[in-house]
Design a protein around this ligand. Structure first.
Ligand code: 4NP
Length: 157
């Protein structure tokens, strides 16, 4: 089993979108070797559902946001997950600080849009203040596809 955690700042826009896209792929393609979750580097929206604008875009393309509620990253995540994927370089910096405080971190930290998986290394734009929710959804679809292709050989090793 490969476990992947998507992380953004609020866990209401970008990382829940990536999680919803990945859950649909897991379900549709029976990827029983992959488990996903999402979290935020902040607790600003703890317990809240994803942003309505993220859900509207996602629902229109057939994704489901059932049972998704915002939660902050916690110390256990660095042991429980194989990969923690940051949506932008601020998230990545915050994650590195958290990981440095952990006793036995195991997860490896990556930028979601990383050149290693064939995408130009860049930040996922934050749609919370300046819209762009549909663009974020499309970037999540492309990124999740590439991550699944990247992880698949490990899953069957
Ligand atoms: P997200 O977007 O990190 O993609 O969930 C944000 C949501 C909320 C805030 C910032 C970004 N906020 O400052 O409340």
């Amino acid at each position: 089993m490969i476990r992947v955690l998507f992380v953004c700042l609020g866990n209401i826009c970008r990382s829940p979108t990536a999680e919803a896209v990945a859950r649909k792929r897991i379900n549709d393609d029976q990827l029983d070797w992959l488990e996903v979750d999402s979290a935020g580097t902040s607790a600003f929206h703890q317990g809240a559902q994803p942003d309505m604008r993220s859900m509207q875009e996602g629902l229109a393309r057939g994704y489901s946001f059932e049972r998704q509620t915002s939660r902050p990253v916690r110390e256990d995540d660095f042991q429980d997950f194989d990969y923690i994927l940051a949506m932008d370089s601020h998230n990545l910096r915050a994650l590195r600080k958290m990981r440095d405080r952990c006793t036995y971190p195991r997860a490896s930290l990556w930028l979601f849009m990383n050149e290693t998986i064939g995408m130009t290394e860049m930040d996922m734009p934050d749609p919370y203040y300046d819209d762009g929710f549909e663009n974020v959804l499309s970037l999540c679809e492309a990124g999740v596809q590439r991550w699944i292709d990247f992880l698949r050989p490990d899953a069957h090793a």
